[in-house]
Design a protein around this ligand. Structure first.
Ligand code: HEM
Length: 141
């Protein structure tokens, strides 16, 4: 595999972490606490792998131009801007949520988690969507 394949790997990592977050959510709704913890730690590990791979790709290849036109450009950049802002916010949110759990402050963990979870999911889903828009549906020539 050469580094031009990294965007596909990144999209797969994004999708995987989204699925793990959903499974972790389902586990805690069923009161399966250990399973919840394991899924969330797995989601976090996959997200860290994504971040390393994402930074590697952009350090080597720079950014890719979106080739879509008209209304699609507005849709793409709206998703891109919201994804980028929320991705940056997700990092401290996840750190705080996990820190509360590690300190066994589950009252606070719950409060932070209710904000962190939907934002993390949005970032995962839009990350995959951006990959398809940028590299598949409107692929660079
Ligand atoms: C960023 C990662 C995590 C997210 C997004 C997350 C999300 C959540 C959510 C949504 C709830 C249920 C809140 C509600 O009652 O509505 C919850 C509860 C809980 N989480 Fe996490 N969680 C994460 C990591 C962890 C970790 C690493 C642990 C490890 C111990 C953990 C342990 C728990 C426990 C024990 C509860 C139940 C608290 C209670 O009601 O007594 N969570 N979490």
């Amino acid at each position: 595999m050469d580094t031009t394949n990294l965007p596909a790997l990144n999209a797969a990592l994004n999708a995987t972490s989204g699925v793990l977050v959903l499974l972790g959510w389902r586990a805690i709704r069923a009161q399966r606490k250990r399973e919840h913890r394991n899924f969330m730690v797995a989601a976090l590990s996959v997200s860290v792998a994504f971040l390393v791979s994402y930074l590697t790709y952009h350090a080597l290849h720079g950014s890719t131009k979106f080739t879509g036109t008209g209304a699609m450009r507005t849709v793409y950049f709206t998703i891109l801007v919201s994804h980028t802002i929320l991705a940056a916010i997700t990092v401290p949110l996840v750190v705080t949520t996990v820190t509360m759990a590690r300190r066994q402050r589950f009252d606070r963990h719950r409060k932070w988690a209710r904000v962190t979870l939907p934002i993390w999911l949005y970032v995962s889903v839009t990350g995959v969507l951006i990959y398809f828009m940028l590299y598949q549906w409107f692929a660079p020539a």
